[in-house]
Ligand binder design. Structure first.
Ligand code: KG4
Ligand code: ZN
Length: 337
């Protein structure tokens, strides 16, 4: 079974071609991403209208490339999978409309995929031995939650952020430390150049039900003002970055440990852009009594392969998008079946 997958929920246009064997094991035959961060950088964040326009021009080119790279004709495909939500409405509409057009013209079934489900199932792409159930820490620029993944469409929310996402906390802190948007990965790279910090940031709030990262931003903003002169020193800046990273990673690991001790899980998976963070990976790899799974780095960030993974499993369950269906900019994972 060969499937074309399309992702456009935020500022990455992505297309992938996947093939599944009889045991539903995936092989990613080709995948391409057009990142738009250079466009949004000067505005300090994603500009929805610009992002949507970029998707419109990128997606046809990316799809043509993936089809050509894999020598696939439209009639060789079993289905097309596309992100239906959650995400920026204008961006979702571009990918969705494009996929609908392709499906209609080639008379192919279309499957609408939940982007968060894509992230939650992304560890299956690169870990053939990973089985349900697993505890999944989903940490991206837009989402931070822990879900118990019992199977396709069987999700149980364990904890969620009440305000910013972990990636957003990294990016906002990075902005305060004068990194270009999105600065999360650059802040992490600088933090990794030192192994201690003279700065102690307050613990990220660990409310009963979830996380709260907004207090961290205030604390850093005050610290940056107070240390305005010393921060010019590269060592001081690196130690500040280290403190930020420690604070975010510590909160995530704390909640994950609490979830592990409250349930009987033997597997932990981590996904989303922040799963690329090396300090977080190390801490989670050190957890005792559980097997730990990560997607490869390119499948942590927004990508189309994960949409193909979730789309294929739903296609095999005979799910099809009804004619006239449209995007769902707000679409919590635990409402899926
Ligand atoms: O999953 P993703 O590509 O997009 C969303 O769905 O949001 O995640 C992007 C987020 C950004 O906030 C980015 O700064 C963060 O992931 N990120 C990192 C690292 N690499 C990407 N944060 C911390 N450390 C990293 N190495
Ligand atoms: Zn995402």
């Amino acid at each position: 079974m060969r499937l074309l997958a399309i992702e456009s929920s935020c500022d990455e246009s992505a297309v992938a071609m996947l093939e599944f064997d009889q045991n539903q094991r995936p092989a990613v035959l080709s995948e391409v991403i057009a990142s738009q961060s250079h466009i949004h950088r000067e505005y300090g964040g994603v500009v929805p209208e610009l992002a949507a326009r970029e998707h419109l021009s990128s997606l046809p080119l990316l799809s043509a490339k993936v089809l050509a790279d894999t020598g696939t004709r439209m009639r060789d495909l079993s289905a097309i999978a596309v992100t239906r939500g959650p995400g920026l409405k204008g961006c979702l509409l571009m990918g969705f409309g494009f996929a609908q057009g392709l499906a209609l013209s080639a008379d192919l079934p279309l499957v609408g995929v939940n982007h968060i489900e894509g992230h939650a199932l992304s560890p299956l792409l690169d870990n053939p031995d990973l089985d349900f159930p697993y505890l999944c820490l989903i940490v991206s620029g837009g989402h931070t939650e822990i879900q118990a993944v019992h199977g396709l469409g069987r999700y149980q929310l364990i904890a969620r952020t009440g305000d910013d996402a972990a990636g957003e906390a990294f990016d906002k802190s990075a902005n305060l430390l004068s990194f270009e948007y999105p600065g999360g990965a650059s802040l992490a790279a600088l933090a990794d150049t030192v192994n201690h910090s003279e700065f102690k940031l307050p613990k990220v709030m660990r409310e009963a039900e979830g996380f709260s990262f907004s207090g961290l931003k205030t604390a850093i903003s005050l610290l940056v003002k107070k240390e305005a002169v010393r921060i010019q020193d590269p060592q001081v800046r690196a130690e500040l970055a280290f403190a930020v990273q420690e604070s975010i990673v510590d909160a995530l690991v704390f909640k994950l440990k609490a979830a592990l001790s409250a349930g009987d899980y033997r597997r932990v998976a981590v996904c989303g852009g922040v799963a690329a963070n090396q300090a977080l990976r190390k801490r989670i790899q050190g957890l005792k009594g559980v097997d730990v799974y990560f997607p490869k780095l390119t499948h942590c960030m927004d990508n189309a392969a994960m949409i193909g993974m979730a789309g294929a499993l739903r296609f095999l369950r005979s799910e099809r998008l009804e004619a006239g269906g449209t995007v769902m900019p707000r679409w919590p994972l635990e409402t899926l079946q």
